[in-house]
Design a protein around this ligand. Structure first.
Ligand code: DC
Length: 234
């Protein structure tokens, strides 16, 4: 078979705390692909609405804010209407309130369209909840990462602790289970693995083992498709 080069989309979906972000960012770096954090988009819309003191349950108003907004993703930073919001979108408040934006059908349509424009015709690793099911159903390689809720709560606790915040484990387990339920029950873009996704439980996997497996599977898929593979990572 003649080798040819064609752009490839790798999707990584899964619940909060399953290790998607670290895995997606690092996998993209190893493959020489670009990386898209779609959760940051929902967070940026949430932040804009909170800044504008909008009622997050007012669907039309929130969708209009999303429609008018300009987003930019450069060098690992997130910009909304020209302002660097990379840190502001990671607060507990934005995390909690983002569920209203995530349940907004109009916003989802807009953001999925934007995700397709950004990733179109290029090598991308995209990360979120609906990447393999809705945004890129034809993606060449799909992963769904999961992990035990208690383990995810432990990871979240360590992350918060590194930022000087102390939250008790049971509270975090409760929050995580609540988010899982809302993500799974959402009428649009619900969290579920695509039929052709590789499902990986990361509860007892260290980061390096997970990454090595993801990279191996992507390169294997490219070879099967007769596509050129970028150089192996060191
Ligand atoms: O992955 P995260 O915690 O940064 O996601 C932030 C919010 O956006 C969370 O409420 C889930 C939602 N989300 C979504 O509904 N669809 C996506 N593709 C990505 C995130």
């Amino acid at each position: 078979m003649t080798s040819q080069y064609a752009p490839m989309i790798v999707t990584i979906d899964g619940p909060a705390g399953a290790g998607k972000s670290t895995a997606a960012r690092e996998l993209a770096r190893r493959l020489g692909f670009e990386y898209l954090d779609t959760g940051a988009m929902y967070r940026a819309v949430t932040w804009l609405c909170l800044e504008g003191r909008l009622d997050l349950t007012d669907h039309a108003c929130v969708a209009e804010t999303a429609r008018r907004a300009e987003f930019d993703f450069r060098e690992g930073r997130v910009f909304a209407n020209g302002q660097d919001v990379s840190d502001a979108i990671r607060t507990i408040r934005v995390t909690e309130e983002s569920r209203f934006v995530a349940a907004n059908t109009l916003v989802r349509e807009l953001l999925v369209e934007l995700q397709r424009q950004i990733a179109g015709g290029r090598d991308f690793v995209t990360e979120g909840r609906d990447q393999g099911t809705i945004a890129f159903p034809g993606a060449e390689c799909k992963f769904f990462l999961t992990a035990d809720p208690r383990e995810r709560a432990r990871r979240r606790q360590a992350e918060l602790r590194s930022r000087g915040e102390e939250v008790d484990l049971d509270t975090l387990v409760e929050q995580i289970e609540g988010r899982d339920r809302r993500d799974a029950e959402r009428k649009v873009g619900a969290l579920r693995p695509a039929d052709d996704a590789v499902v990986i439980d990361t509860s007892s996997l260290d980061c390096e083992t997970l990454l090595a497996e993801l990279e191996r599977l992507v390169r294997c898929r490219r070879r099967e498709a007769g596509l050129e593979t970028p150089a192996e990572s060191p």
